[in-house]
Design a binder for this molecule. Structure first.
Ligand code: HEM
Length: 443
């Protein structure tokens, strides 16, 4: 069958489309409903093809030779030209091999005690808190401490200074890349210079701190060791990729648990089988906790979508997409569409059990897929598991009333008022009566 022509929104400048893209959480979804699973619009004057659903995404990822990585100019410039995020082909693969050494099973075993210590510090603070704690902020600090402290070995003042510059840098990531004096973008470029200098300084320490010794022997595509300028761009990418994303999934997870008290007794079966502190054995299975994490990431994916640029003509879900087009893989919209193309209210509902009821008929790729699949997936999963178990087993929390639990979406979803909590005065977590009207959880 001949491919169908690419539907278009008809946007000319793309100005309104760009505002909508950043502001409207349903931007892509509404257009998908109107134009189908593959359509074209303009963002900041750039023709951009949006795709959703297992078929279109599968078609794209199955033909890696026909597309390459792509980022908006602001992200490209702030990450730097050496960053593996901005590379393709052999140069990209070689750097993935180097950076991947930080995330092997043996590396994660080494990081576990450091991560557990950070969880315990938060637990102690929460247990003794006399005033409301903004849990989302604390979880951001935790995720930053894991990547900057446990993995990259920065501690104390070094880490604090890095954090401040990193916040300046992050704020400009999805802004107009205009380096006018005093603009957020030019401040971010200055912060980038300081961040790289600090990271480079860490590489001179002996012994190398954190997991950095694992990188020794890393070779580029020509078999030459990566120089320090190259290496620090990869380390900066790890801070960018590994921090807000993990913090977002943790905040949304805790918000879900606190907003759905019926989850606590349901999770008990898993929590009882999970030792705390964890021991050296392989992580025990925790199907309900895993289902909860999957459902939280389905409804509020930390990365709502990622980009590619086509390098050859492609057919995605039966639609012709020409070479040279930027493609936005809309994960958030895909998560509410079944593989058979159907969608209904049930997919808007928070229902963790769907992941335990056999195949939910969805394509869920919170960590992306194919040759650029998330490098830090195993670390993120470890952080989420350790923080969830450490908190849920040890500190009963309650939400402060009258706060805005709606999510700000950029750079990753997070409760607007910071998820204000207090230690609960109730008994420690254990089976609680079901609130009236709540259907019992199965699975
Ligand atoms: C819940 C947490 C996380 C989520 C949801 C997530 C998701 C993603 C997604 C969707 C991509 C893009 C994949 C693509 O373009 O096909 C990605 C790429 C990447 N992620 Fe993650 N990520 C998370 C945590 C982390 C962590 C903790 C690290 C490392 C410390 C990390 C490092 C990376 C890197 C380096 C890439 C670029 C891979 C490449 O271009 O080859 N991520 N991640």
């Amino acid at each position: 069958m001949a491919p169908r022509p690419l539907p278009s929104t008809g946007a000319v400048t793309g100005l309104l489309e760009t505002v909508g893209f950043f502001r409207d959480p349903d931007f892509a979804r509404r257009r998908f409903e109107r134009f189908g699973n593959v359509f074209e619009t303009k963002l900041l004057g750039q023709p951009t093809v949006f795709v959703r659903g297992g078929q279109a995404i599968g078609d794209l990822l199955a033909q890696p030779q026909a597309s390459e990585g792509w980022w908006p100019a602001s992200v490209r410039m702030l990450l730097g030209s050496r960053s593996l995020a901005n590379r393709n082909g052999a140069g990209h693969r070689a750097r993935r091999r180097v950076v991947g050494q930080l995330f092997t099973a043996a590396a994660l075993r080494r990081y576990t005690p450091g991560i557990v210590a950070l969880v315990e510090a938060l637990v102690a603070d929460l247990q003794t808190a006399q005033a409301p704690v903004a849990l989302a902020d604390r979880l951001r600090r935790f995720a930053f401490a894991v990547i900057a402290g446990v993995v990259l070995g920065l501690e104390g003042d070094d880490r604090e200074a890095l954090f401040i510059d990193f916040e300046i840098w992050t704020r400009a990531l999805f802004s107009l890349p205009l380096a006018l004096p005093g603009s957020p973008f030019s401040r971010a470029l200055e912060a980038r210079t300081r961040l790289l200098a600090r990271l480079k300084q860490v590489l001179t320490r002996r012994p190398l701190p954190g997991g950095l010794d694992l990188l020794s022997g890393g070779l580029d595509e020509a078999g030459v060791p990566l120089d320090d300028d190259d290496l620090v761009d990869q380390l900066l990418l790890l801070l960018f990729a590994g921090y807000e994303t993990t913090a977002s999934s943790l905040s949304c997870l805790m918000a879900a648990v606190l907003q759905h008290p019926e989850l606590t007794p349901w999770l008990q079966a898993d929590l009882e089988g999970l030792p705390w502190p964890p021991d050296d054995r392989e992580a025990p299975v925790a199907p309900r906790l895993d289902a909860l994490v999957s459902e939280v990431m389905r409804l509020n994916p930390p990365v709502g979508g990622f980009f590619r640029r086509t390098t050859a003509d492609l057919v995605l879900d039966g639609v012709a997409v020409p070479a040279g087009r930027v493609v936005q893989v809309a994960l958030a919209a895909s998560n509410r569409l079944r593989n058979d193309g159907s969608s209904d209210d049930d997919l808007d509902r928070f229902r963790p059990q769907r992941h335990l009821d056999g195949d939910p008929g969805l394509t869920l790729l919170p960590f992306g897929g194919g040759e650029r699949v998330c490098l830090g997936k195993a670390l993120a999963e470890l952080e989420i598991r350790l923080m969830a178990v450490g908190l849920l087993k040890q500190v009963p929390l309650q939400l402060l009333p009258d706060q805005d639990l709606g999510l700000r979406l950029m750079p990753s979803p997070s409760p607007r008022d910071g998820l204000l909590v207090l230690p609960s005065t109730q008994a420690p977590p254990g089976p609680r009566p079901q609130p009236a009207g709540t259907p019992p959880l199965r699975g």
